[in-house]
Design a protein around this ligand. Structure first.
Ligand code: BTN
Length: 329
């Protein structure tokens, strides 16, 4: 597992601009280091994939940035109050949810709310119901540490909130994209899955002590490279738009939207979240088959209630409240 965050924490990067040159003398003065250190850092930056213009007199300027999710890039101009203020970046790890959980358990001082773990690639990405989540380079695979105040029984609301935030973020890329949410939190475009959310909580004394929200979005990873069993049912933003998406920009939009929606949830704005969720809903009114703890149920989805549960009416006209389950294809 390579945590390359530290290697990429290069002070000179903070002072390089895409618009104007900065001289080496100025960098020496600002950073209080010698010319050699500046040059070493510029070399490092170039190796990462930044294209730097070097001029003997004018100094340095950024020509282009690499398509990697460096904490420095994500935090640059990120207007959130707490989400994404601490970013742990990995080139490759097992699962961002697993690593985030390890961090929570091992941190002596409580991790700050909004800390994120992000990776270019996951070798053991996890999905709901113990399934694996294929996570090649080019996607957005991240986990967020939260300390929600909702009751454990209302846990689904966290997930619905995140689904709304993802749907709204995709809409920001293009209003023309028809995003839908399949209960509780599959984000679909044209009936194909673009994003999955895995929320894990730790409950102590009937209270949620922490939650880890893992979000996986197929961005620039082409669905044609996915394994055959999920290829037909998955799609990526690149497939939809025909364009390479700026993942740093997408991550920033997502973090800002999540903070906005999560703040609404924290203030008790369940109704607002549910209303938004329903505007993207792909489940209400549908005949479905759903796997629940008590077995598989058949019926029609009549509503999503105030706790985020799915209300199912069976042929025998019985109404079931399903708190958690998987809608079968
Ligand atoms: C689903 O089954 O729909 C949920 C998929 C969740 C995938 C994301 S990717 C980032 C985070 N880390 C994981 O191992 N899983 C979640």
């Amino acid at each position: 597992m390579g945590n390359i965050y530290k290697d990429y924490n290069i002070p000179v990067l903070n002072y390089l601009s895409d618009e104007y040159f900065i001289t080496i003398e100025e960098l020496v003065r600002i950073l209080s280091v010698n010319r050699q250190i500046i040059e070493t850092q510029i070399n490092k930056i170039s190796k990462i994939g930044y294209h730097i213009s070097c001029d003997n007199e004018k100094g340095y300027k950024i020509i282009s940035r690499p398509d990697i999710l460096l904490p420095f890039e994500i935090k640059n101009n990120l207007s959130t109050r707490y989400l994404g203020k601490n970013v742990y970046y990995y080139q490759k790890l097992s699962s961002t949810n697993t690593v985030a959980k390890k961090m929570i358990l091992e941190s002596k001082d409580k991790l700050a709310e909004g800390t994120i773990v992000i990776a270019e690639e996951q070798s053991e990405g996890r999905g709901r119901s113990g399934k694996n989540w294929v996570s090649p380079p080019g996607g957005l695979w991240l986990s967020i540490v939260l300390f929600p105040t909702v009751k454990p029984a209302d846990f689904t609301l966290i997930t619905l909130t995140m689904a709304v935030a993802v749907a709204k973020t995709i809409k920001q890329l293009s209003d023309k994209i028809n995003v839908q949410i399949k209960w509780p939190n599959d984000i679909l475009i044209g009936n194909k899955k673009i994003c999955g959310i895995l929320t894990e909580v730790n409950i102590v004394n009937k209270r949620i002590q922490w939650a880890i929200v893992g979000i996986g979005i197929n961005v620039n990873n082409e669905s044609s490279f996915l394994p055959i069993n999920i290829k037909e049912s998955s799609v990526s933003l690149k497939d939809i738009t025909g364009q390479i998406i700026d993942r740093v920009n997408l991550a920033q939009l997502l973090l800002m939207e999540i903070e906005k929606q999560y703040d609404i949830l924290k203030k008790g704005g369940f109704e607002t979240i549910l209303k938004e969720w329903k505007s993207y809903n792909n489940s209400i009114g549908k005949e479905i088959k759903i796997a629940t703890e008590k077995g598989i149920l058949d019926g029609r989805v009549v509503d999503i209630n105030e706790r985020g549960s799915l209300m199912l009416k069976t042929v025998k006209e019985n109404i079931y409240e399903i708190i958690s389950g998987t809608v079968l294809p």
